[in-house]
Ligand binder design. Sequence first.
Ligand code: NCD
Length: 334
Amino acid sequence: MPRNLLGIRHLAQDDINELISLAADFKLRIIEGKAVPELSKEVVGMLFFENSTRTRVSFEQAAHYLRMKTANFSAGSSSMSKGETLKDTILTLRYERLNGLVMRHRMSGSTALAARYFGGPVLNAGDGQHEHPTQALGDALTVLERKGQIKDLTVAIVGDVEHSRVARSNAWLFSKLGAEVRFVGPRTLIPAHPQLLPGEVYHDLRNGIEGADVIICLRLQKERMAQGLLSSISEYASMYQVNRETLRWANRECLVMHPGPLNRGIEVDDVAADGDHSVITTQIENGIFVRMASLYWVFTSEAKPSSPPELKVKTAKAKTPAKAKRTAAGAKKK
Ligand code: NCD
């Protein structure tokens, strides 16, 4: 079986440690101008069915540093706009002989489906509201660099938890690494069954971020929201914005994180986004190194992609009776 990176929930502790250590090592090498491994034979498809700036560019940069080639694909100009199913699109890319896929799609579980039909390796760049593993790995690296450890930290994930794949991947990752995870938000934006996720729920911002070492701010994912979940954006901001005043409730040394894109004035103000607590730009930079680590990790595993079935051309020629006889006779002689 090829190695995929589909989510954090089912990732073993050793794999998490390996990915983060690899990312830190690649970062050091790139900064010091040292050589990094080359995967120049691999062609990876970049399938972004949903918009992306950071994730897409950092996967491109990561592939570039590893000397990989990328095949770009945009949903609007593909045959999916002519009615092709996701399964047929993935199968097409497999027979185009791409060696791996980086994929983002609005449907939760879509990257697992792609892995099934493509044969792998597939890297999840965000599937619906399910998981965004490379974002979480980059966030963990960022916290480790600043705090030296994750164990025993308090990590508050604030905002639209319900629709956020970043919230889920980060909750799994930080809790696996020994942090206390809190979900903070209004009832309508907290998952209906929070007991299925590793964290405590808080509906009050002050209680939720009191003593927090890390605050992960989330954007309101309006594109995934049913109507009527919020009475008004300004009311939401007045209750849940992380800003100059509300930040005082957290730990003095607390880190402010945000996966981007930011909606300034809603989930964060400028002080939270750009002030001394903010590590948002480091998150962006570390995104490159964890994606290098992730590409390297899936492509260098012992498990190789299952190759497409053999072409039938030779078999068709062998169907002529004379040749078939000769082959059969030859086979007997041996
Ligand atoms: C996030 C995403 O797409 O899930 N962004 C990202 O990948 N950096 C968060 C968001 O869109 O709000």
